[in-house]
Design a protein around this ligand. Sequence first.
Ligand code: MLC
Ligand code: AMP
Length: 512
Amino acid sequence: MKKNENLYAALREAFPAALDSVAIETADTPAPLLYTWSDLERGTAMLANLIASLGLPPASRIAVQVEKSVEALMLYLAVLRAGHVYLPLNTAYQASELDYFIANAEPAMLVCVSRHFGWISKLAFQRGTTHVFTLDEDRSGSLLTRAALMPDTHEVVARRADDLAAILYTSGTTGRSKGAMLSHGNLLSNARVLKSFWGWQEGDVLIHALPIFHVHGLFVASHGALLNGSRMIWFGRFDARAVTQRLGEATVFMGVPTLYVRLLAEAGLSREACRNMRLFVSGSAPLLIETFNEFRVRSGHTILERYGMSETTMLTSNPYRPENARRGGTVGPPLPGVQLRIHDDKGMPLQTGDIGGIEVKGPNVFKGYWRMPEKTADEFTTDLWFKTGDVGKMDTDGYVTIVGRSKDLIISGGYNVYPAEVEGYINEMPGVAESAVVGVPHPDFGEAVVAVVTARPGATLDGAAIVAALKGQIANFKVPKQVFMAAELPRNAMGKVQKNLLRDQHRGLFAA
Ligand code: MLC
Ligand code: AMP
């Protein structure tokens, strides 16, 4: 009989023999909660049985917008187990963003926090969703109440490597977000490569302090610990002081650069605090060389920077060994099994060391954008390499350096913001003639969103009012930290807005 290629089956196989040992310990609940491996197995079985009892069509999308909790992680695992497709949504997304995701993905089932049940369930039912449950941070809500009535054994539904496991929405440079379709095989192959490449070993303990609605926290961090049968110290939200206090009990930490900047601001971050640590990983946004160097001095550890994206999970990584081969400012060579090449904008290969578009191939590369065959085709070359939209170079020894992006994208605190989307909302506001959204250096978030807006003749506009209006419409992290009014936007001879001039003009806005 063919082996079940369901990702959950592989994770389950990696659970330690002592199922009553602790798998996850919460760090910021009112009292610590201990979840054993057996709790994970039984809890995900009950949730998978609940999902199965709904009789959803095969490969249904299950959309989830809830606060981070161990139960939310179990829900993800249960969706895998039940053979459906997990669709995580950032908790910052607002009604219009959610309406789009629901309309586009047509989830059969949705789970949200109870305080948003009224409006979200209305949106979902209007779009054909048949079941809406609630799950709150304190483990209350209809999802767990219903799951508690279910049997605690469940046979993992058979899936092939090529079957869909998750859809992750990622914004587009033009138009609306696209759902990147990731298969069980995409996720498992990447998790296995990282397990061996990063030297996961017996006794490892992961501090998990990232959100679980994006690749970094949901896949890279969670799969890493689960596939190694390793304990996690689980933070619902990142708190630099609290994390620093727990570092001594851990061996692995993963963060976006903002997390490292905030750890460095803690007086308690020292070699002694990091005495048992084996590995600090950074990714999702560029890590400043200053942060890399300062962290090495303060903690005695060299951060390992890696590079990836929603469509591909992890692509490159600095070496695990030897530690001094980790080069600041680079994202390391391609991971085993990943092919990476640098091409010019006409699709021609470039010489080693030349700067161009990064293109990739490998078992980790996604299956395409959900219901967008044309967009999928646009993002692949004719010989089927995925165009990342990142610009970089590769040295003679294979190390990749990212120098920019061909896509107009801002990465703020590890979250992606597409200027075109924010400009769209601003341009709709009464009295606005046009707008340009740019990213400027920010000491905490790496880049911060800033907008420059021109008014229609006769209209009087106020930057603060624009910010206030945007806050009710789009996720908070996309809202410009500042809006400037201008008589006109700078344009080149072709009439294109010169965003580089705006970036230069406002570069010092958040100088540390
Ligand atoms: C919060 N705020 C942000 C922000 N996060 N503003 C800009 N950028 C961000 N990333 C704003 C809020 O809107 C709010 O504004 C104020 O800051 C305080 O909010 P908060 O919720 O208290 O913030 P905080 O908890 O401190 O969150 C900061 C953070 C968080 C850095 C911990 O942003 C975070 O967890 N980032 C990690 C993102 C991540 O996991 N990315 C991985 C993507 S996967 P106001 O105005 O309301 O006060 C990927 C692929 C790969 O990219 O390679 O990994
Ligand atoms: P996302 O769409 O959220 O998956 O974001 C993916 C993007 O994050 C990539 O295309 C890169 O632009 C960026 N990214 C991820 N890791 C790194 C890194 N280590 N350095 C620079 N940029 C990164």
